[in-house]
Write a protein that binds this ligand. Structure first.
Ligand code: NAD
Length: 369
């Protein structure tokens, strides 16, 4: 693999080392046309410049489509956090933050990604010396906690717009959710509050289904007490992967990548699929669904609530302000994408990409960059 350059970016790639600590990492600023590049830091043993550049490009489109004043960026630190002590992990994050100070927060704002959480973001902010350098910080440092459920809240609003386009009333529409973690749990909560009927849910241990509806509070209690939704009584039991086959109006993905494979398309029993998780299927499979008149709301539009919340964190917004802005932006952008998709008869992902690219091009033209 190699980094691909085109008219949009990347603008900067910084590779940093601290041999004493054993830190090796990189930051990619893909585009700063719409603002300072924003994207998380991932720590894995295999992360590469190419992987980070690809993810930074995705952030360029995601932030543009979310209509927040951020460009696209991403960072990576090569380390296996299962093989190092928690103290060593913090030391590596601290060294990384110190080494990228020259571009952070002036060109890049960090955040959590794989194997990075609130504690690491706190270490990062302290080492950088500016709270503005990173989002996903603890509340005590002005962070907006993950537990508020901004991503799931945004996914539920994307679902409401999708239902309207499929001429379904969200009240009484049935929905299933793959995954009952941070994203899935909040989607279940917010769609249930809208009157939609949760009929199926999965986690890593299995799926459960009841066409008459699952009781959300009971499900939460079971998950909390026993660690899995499969211990819910009064529901059919199925393997985890069967969640895609269960009869429902709306399927929300909220766990693993590549959930739906090419051979699964005819087994999917939903009119709408909302991608709460990242890359639950390839864009080729999305195209097949489009031809079958199944509406797929793409990940970078549906799950942008988290990065919108990050933006609100950078302007010191309250949780109330965050919910208001996530709702407004997700409703507006999903609507704009679907309007273009229906008008031009192109799949929603293609429409969203067109809109996101146009927004970046427009700024580049005005500023002559
Ligand atoms: P999480 O770890 O909180 O929850 C994941 C859930 O998936 C858990 O309930 C787990 O049991 C379940 N799961 C694991 N393997 C499964 C399987 N094979 N089948 C069914 N369920 C399975 O993670 P999360 O934060 O909810 O993130 C879920 C997805 O959404 C990921 O793809 C993530 O990249 C994406 N995402 C998350 C956010 C966010 O703010 N949390 C933002 C954007 C995208």
């Amino acid at each position: 693999m190699e980094v691909i350059f085109d008219e949009f970016g990347p603008e900067k790639i910084l590779e940093v080392y601290n041999p004493k600590v054993g830190m090796h990492g990189f930051v990619c600023v893909d585009s700063s046309a719409l603002g300072v590049a924003k994207g998380g830091i991932r720590m894995t043993p295999t992360v590469s410049i190419e992987e980070v550049a690809k993810l930074a490009r995705t952030m360029t489109w995601k932030n543009s489509m979310a209509s927040i004043p951020f460009g696209g960026g991403k960072a990576g630190i090569i380390a296996d956090d299962r093989q190092i002590s928690p103290e060593k992990k913090q030391e590596i994050v601290q060294a990384f933050a110190e080494e990228i100070k020259a571009i952070c927060p002036s060109f890049y704002i960090a955040g959590p990604d794989m194997n990075m959480a609130e504690g690491e973001m706190e270490t990062f902010a302290k080492a950088n010396g500016s709270r503005k350098s990173v989002t996903g910080k603890p509340k005590s440092l002005g962070g907006l906690p993950h537990e508020l459920g901004s991503t799931g809240f945004g996914v539920s609003h994307a679902t409401i717009v999708a239902a309207k386009y499929k001429k379904l009333k969200i009240k009484n529409s049935s929905f299933t959710i793959e995954g009952f973690g941070n994203v899935g749990w909040f989607v279940a909560k917010f769609l249930t509050m809208q009157g939609a009927k949760l009929v199926g849910v999965s986690d890593s241990k299995g799926s459960i289904y009841n066409k008459d509806g699952l009781i959300f509070e009971k499900l939460c209690n079971i998950k909390e007490k026993t660690g899995s939704i499969i211990n819910y009584t009064d529901a059919e039991q199925h393997p985890s992967t069967d969640i895609i086959k269960l009869k429902t109006d709306i399927l929300v993905t909220a766990a693993i990548p590549d959930l739906i494979k090419a051979g699964d398309v005819n087994e999917v029993n939903a009119k709408i699929i909302v991608e709460g998780s990242n890359i639950p299927m390839t864009s080729d499979i999305e195209e097949v669904f489009h031809k079958k008149d199944v509406l797929v709301i793409p990940d970078f539009v549906a799950n942008a609530g988290g990065v919108i919340s990050s933006y609100v964190e950078t302007i010191n917004g309250t949780p109330e302000k965050m919910f208001k802005i996530v709702e407004q932006k997700i409703l507006k952008n999903t609507e704009e994408m679907l309007k273009t998709s229906y008008k031009k008869k192109i799949m929603p992902r293609t429409a969203a990409l067109e809109i996101a690219q146009e927004r970046v091009r427009k700024v580049c033209k005005v500023c002559k960059i």
